[in-house]
Ligand binder design. Structure first.
Ligand code: NAP
Length: 249
């Protein structure tokens, strides 16, 4: 690594092997950060890390030991983007698949808590730490069939707000970004790899792309130290709420 790269502030992006996380890693690198990319699919991480002169490290945010091993390899960090997560299934509350719900809580909620707690001392030591959490409009809206994900993202939002209050007076800013529909692997994962079901989600409408959210992360992460962007809701023009989507035809 060159001398100039050693001077770059460090940004950690969880779930950086695809979708919003990969776009964010690329965008933060373009903004001058040395990006540490974490996720389970290390081959994908390594390809992106090579492209942006970053570092790829294995990370499973649902696993205490994995988070500890990851954090042990990150001596400095100024920006943490808690992005790893997702939805599983569309079961109704009365038919809840509790294994799926457990995963959603572990990945989305406890994952944010685990990784933030593992890195908070270094974020604070940077003198201007920034914690960016990728929540969802499911963090403040509800829709039928979204119960487990909605409950998890509501919890993410509550945890993020609490964290901001608790860190008041310390040099760490806390932001929640709440996207509407973004075309990534999100729906493929939610529908267990069913491509047709995933494609149907975006039929006749123009969703956001991962770069649209990466743009917002970059904006939030590059404000002057005294400015905290608390929350940002970002939706496609074709979406007015979780349940109101304009579709052509
Ligand atoms: P995606 O393309 O499926 O990406 C999800 C990322 O999370 C992948 O890189 C995946 O990497 C990682 N991940 C999943 N479980 C993980 C774990 N246990 N440990 C570490 N990494 C894990 O979906 P996306 O749309 O980019 O989702 C990113 C975030 O945006 C999620 O929190 C999601 O809830 C949120 N969001 C998405 C949308 C949307 O419409 N797409 C809307 C609102 C919010 P590995 O599989 O390699 O671990």
């Amino acid at each position: 690594m060159s001398d100039t790269s050693a001077a770059r502030p460090v940004a950690v992006v969880t779930g950086a092997s695809g979708g919003i996380g990969a776009a964010t890693a690329r965008r933060l690198a373009a903004e001058g950060f040395e990006v540490v990319l974490g996720a389970r699919r290390v081959d994908r991480l390594e390809a992106i890390a090579r492209e942006i002169d970053g570092r790829a490290l294995p990370l499973d945010v649902t696993d205490d030991a994995s988070v500890a091993a990851f954090a042990a390899q990150v001596p400095e960090v100024a920006v943490l983007v808690n992005n790893a997560g997702g939805a599983l299934g569309t079961d109704q509350v009365v038919d809840a698949d509790l294994d799926g719900w457990r995963w959603m809580f572990e990945a989305n909620v406890l994952g944010v808590v685990r990784v933030t707690n593992a890195l908070i001392d270094r974020l604070e030591a940077s003198g201007d730490g920034r914690v960016v959490v990728i929540g969802s409009i499911a963090g403040f809206e509800i829709y039928p069939g979204g119960g487990g994900y909605i409950a998890a993202k509501h919890a993410v939002s509550a945890v993020t707000k609490t964290l901001r209050l608790e860190l008041l007076g310390r040099p760490v800013r806390v932001t929640e970004i709440q996207p509407g529909m973004v075309e990534t692997d999100f729906s493929r994962v939610r529908f267990g790899g069913d491509e047709a079901a995933a494609a149907k989600v975006y039929a006749g409408m123009t969703p956001l792309v991962a770069d649209d959210i990466a743009d917002v992360v970059a904006f939030v992460a590059t404000r002057p130290w005294h400015v905290n962007i608390d929350e940002v809701v970002v939706r496609p023009r074709d979406q007015a709420s979780a349940r109101d989507v304009h579709r052509a035809g």
